[in-house]
Design a protein around this ligand. Structure first.
Ligand SMILES: NC(=O)c1ccc[n+]([C@@H]2O[C@H](COP(=O)([O-])OP(=O)(O)OC[C@H]3O[C@@H](n4cnc5c(N)ncnc54)[C@H](OP(=O)(O)O)[C@@H]3O)[C@@H](O)[C@H]2O)c1
Ligand SMILES: [Zn+2]
Length: 339
């Protein structure tokens, strides 16, 4: 049987181990993808460290996957061998349970598929994906360019376009990591007056290069006071991995403003008086469906939004993962298979 490389975690907190295993066959409703590139998302720590209840091991992480359809299982009408596709966090749904019929695919109880979390993901030469989880990758984007858009991109794009902010509104992006640096670009291209907020001075030039008109160094100034001075933010897109950093910007929301929580971080502290006196809101957002991914890819082609990537071959996965964890990557770490 032909073999492939895969990087698996065999227990919560265990190392990323390169193994050789048989190339899997796609079952009913699924396809096999020959993986070309896979981004490393901070959420991969959930698989690596066992950060969600009920996870099963061993597991191959990776939910920013781009490749080519390599084999098609039975019952799949829409996809053919050779098509370029991407898969994100949303790994599929049953389509007929109550949650799916409401359009709330992540609440699907019948077939809960989260790529790289409840099914094996893209840190491998091949992976199996459900047909409804696939997005078409436009030819204008290389695999490395498209991969980060499958999670970092879709999440920030979707959160912003559903945030209620309108062109011209003041929108701040808190945290300039993998998600944040795309969030800044999307906010600019959607016509918002965009503020980047990060720790330290060194990210200012990068934030401005990404299009931000304003930058707040949260170590040098109180970000809430700075946002208030600018009139208050209609939306703060919080992509940081730290709850205190999110709490610290709440006071910078305008009346009717919304803190869009994206980062999966500790816990938030909010003043009820602050919220009620300005009808301010705290909302959460998760990535989206495969159609949202396609929208993200097409908007990126249209507007020139691109992830800034540091590329590592799959064999150097440990170094690549550490680079993401260190916070030093500018801005997304992407694995390539050579396929
Ligand atoms: N909601 C969703 O659907 C979704 C999707 C993907 C990821 N996520 C989550 O979003 C978060 C960001 O993911 P990512 O891949 O962009 O991570 P990343 O590239 O590692 O970036 C992490 C960001 O967190 C900030 N940060 C880290 N420690 C901090 C601290 N002590 N105080 C303030 N800021 C701190 C960094 O800010 P500086 O720029 O100031 O250094 C950096 O911008 C993670 O929690 C991830 O799990 C959620
Ligand atoms: Zn992710």
């Amino acid at each position: 049987m032909p073999k492939m490389r895969a990087v698996q975690v065999s227990r919560p907190g265990g190392p990323l181990e390169m193994i050789e295993q048989e190339i899997p066959e796609p079952g009913y409703g699924s396809v096999r993808i020959k993986v070309q590139a896979c981004g490393i998302c901070h959420s991969d720590t959930l698989t690596k460290e066992g950060g969600l209840p009920g996870l099963q091991y061993p597991r191959v992480p990776g939910h920013e996957v781009v490749g080519v359809v390599d084999a098609v299982g039975s019952g799949v009408a829409r996809w053919t061998v050779g098509q370029r596709v991407g898969v994100g966090w949303h790994g599929g749904n049953c389509g007929y349970c109550d949650a799916c019929r409401r359009g709330d695919f992540f609440a699907c109880q019948t077939a809960k598929h989260i790529t790289g979390i409840t099914s094996d993901g893209g840190y491998a030469d091949y992976m199996i994906a459900r047909a409804e989880a696939l997005a078409v990758v436009p030819e204008e984007l290389s695999a490395v360019e498209a991969a980060p858009l499958m999670c970092a991109g879709i999440t920030t794009f979707n959160a912003l376009r559903n945030s209620g902010a309108r062109p011209g509104d003041l929108v701040a992006v808190l945290g300039l990591g993998g998600l944040g640096h795309l969030g800044v670009q999307f906010a600019v291209k959607m016509g918002f007056k965009t503020v980047g907020i990060a720790r330290g001075k060194d990210k200012e030039a990068l934030a401005r290069k990404l299009g931000a008109g304003y930058y707040i160094d949260s170590q040098a100034a109180d970000p809430a006071a700075e946002l208030r001075r600018m009139g208050g933010a209609q939306v703060v897109l919080a992509t940081v991995t730290n709850g205190d950093a999110m709490s610290a910007v709440l006071g910078g929301l305008a009346v009717n403003g919304t803190l869009m929580v994206i980062g999966a971080a500790g816990s938030l502290e909010a003043s009820p008086l602050l919220l009620l006196s300005g009808r301010r809101k705290i909302a959460g957002w998760y990535s989206g469906t495969s159609i949202d991914s396609q929208d993200t890819l097409l908007f990126s082609v249209l507007s020139g939004v691109r992830s800034m990537n540091e590329v590592f071959p799959l064999d150097r996965v440990n170094e690549a993962y550490e680079r993401m964890l260190s916070g030093k990557a500018r801005f997304r770490v992407v694995l390539t298979t050579g396929n």
